[in-house]
Design a protein around this ligand. Structure first.
Ligand code: HEM
Ligand SMILES: N=C(Nc1cccc(CNC[C@@H]2CCCN2)c1)c1cccs1
Length: 351
């Protein structure tokens, strides 16, 4: 495909940013800009490494950006066989998990020819049954796709979905993730007995459904992980009525009066569920951050960026935590939602 002017412009824009931030010479930029005009122009691993870190720095909905410059980047653009890609995904899971001391990482596959159909590499299946929803309702559609490909789930509340990998436009292939690769945390409370609720969650969130956009190229398969902020699990995944809906059971285990709103039983249950999540991950030695610490870290990120003469952009609605938002300074400050490149963006679902 001929290099359109926009792609050329985006290539030159990125090379100029890269030159400035990694202190390349004027000579280097002059030569590299000439190469940017060639149809077979490809980014180097070093350019991709810095670009993936800058894309994290530019992610407006992310509260965890303080550590943007320590992202681990794996360049796997050469892999074009589903089995080798599966093995690279297992390596990412193991590297990131690191027995609980989670390491933020991203793996980059061939931008045009590889697609991972999962929303996250590790996620629970969801089923619509005659007695209601089993598992994670967010996964119902993808679970059906896996079924159509021949996958059989145990139909429990916590079936780990298979990896679904597509190369070129071949039929996607699914691969089970062996249990030894999946670290999970049982959710218990330091004071209350939540054991009968059988709550648990997986250790490492690895987003595999977004595109990494850099220098006019879209990497459709670029799974990236960090660690969780406790509220994601305790205030949304396990709490939302249309997800695991545990608040009524938590309130019961706490002996709360759930007959009237004004007892604020839902709020009390919510706080203690989030206490339990943070307590359990800490006890299991799995990295996690509470929303107060995360908000303070984001403030430090803003300070650091200003010291580097960069404006900080953000999406206020996503940045404020879903539990006690107004107790964070973030809530009381405006922030511009300008979209910078490179970045991580949404893309059309492959199914
Ligand atoms: C290191 C620990 C990290 C923490 C604690 C963290 C925290 C978060 C949280 C809480 C959200 C909102 C998610 C939601 O409400 O569903 C988020 C969004 C996001 N994060 Fe981070 N993050 C971390 C690392 C990363 C890394 C390594 C990347 C990419 C390299 C990243 C890129 C993003 C993006 C693109 C979004 C927006 C997702 C969307 O639009 O749906 N984050 N982050
Ligand atoms: N802690 C994390 N949480 C996170 C980050 C990006 C996206 C998501 C998933 N967001 C989608 C869900 C589902 C609807 C609203 N939230 C979670 C990370 C995941 C990968 C790197 S950090």
């Amino acid at each position: 495909m001929a290099t359109t002017t926009t792609v050329l412009h985006e290539r030159i824009e990125f090379l100029t940013l890269y030159k400035k931030e990694t202190k390349q010479s004027e000579e280097w930029l002059k030569e590299r800009k000439k190469e940017a005009h060639l149809p077979d122009f490809t980014l180097t691993t070093d350019e991709l490494t810095h670009g993936a870190r800058v894309a994290w720095r530019n992610s407006n909905k992310c509260i965890g950006r303080l550590f943007w410059n320590s992202l681990n980047v794996f360049d796997q653009r050469h892999l074009l066989n589903e089995v080798e890609i599966y093995e690279a995904l297992l390596h990412h899971i193991d590297f990131a998990t690191n027995n609980g001391k989670i390491r933020p990482a991203i793996t980059l596959f061939d931008p045009k020819r590889v697609r991972v159909w999962n929303h996250q590499l590790i996620r629970y299946a969801g089923y619509e049954t005659d007695d209601g929803i089993v598992g994670d309702s967010d996964s119902i559609e993808f679970t059906k796709i896996c079924g159509n490909l021949g996958w059989q789930g145990a139909r429990s509340n916590y079936d780990v979905l298979p990896l679904v990998i597509q190369v070129d436009n071949r039929e996607p292939m699914f691969f089970e993730i062996p249990e030894k690769h999946v670290l999970e945390v049982a959710i218990t409370h330091p004071d209350y007995d939540f054991s009968k609720l059988n709550m648990k969650w997986y250790a490492v969130p690895i987003i595999s459904s977004m595109r990494f956009n850099i220098a006019g190229v879209d990497f459709q398969a670029a799974p990236f992980n960090g660690w969780y902020m406790g509220t994601e699990i305790g205030a949304r995944n396990l709490a939302d009525t249309y997800r695991y809906n545990f608040l009524p059971k938590v309130a019961e285990a706490m002996g709360l009066d759930t007959s009237m709103n004004a007892s604020l039983w839902k709020d009390r249950a919510l706080v203690e569920l989030n206490v339990a999540v943070l307590h359990s991950y800490k006890k299991a030695g799995v990295s996690i951050v509470d929303h107060h610490t995360a908000a303070q870290q984001f403030q430090l990120f803003q300070k650091q960026e200003h010291a580097s003469n960069r404006d900080v952009t953000g999406n206020w609605v996503w940045l404020v935590p879903p539990l006690s938002p107004a107790t964070t300074d973030l809530y009381h400050e405006p922030i511009a939602n300008t979209i910078k490149k490179p970045n991580y963006l949404y893309q059309q679902q492959p199914f």
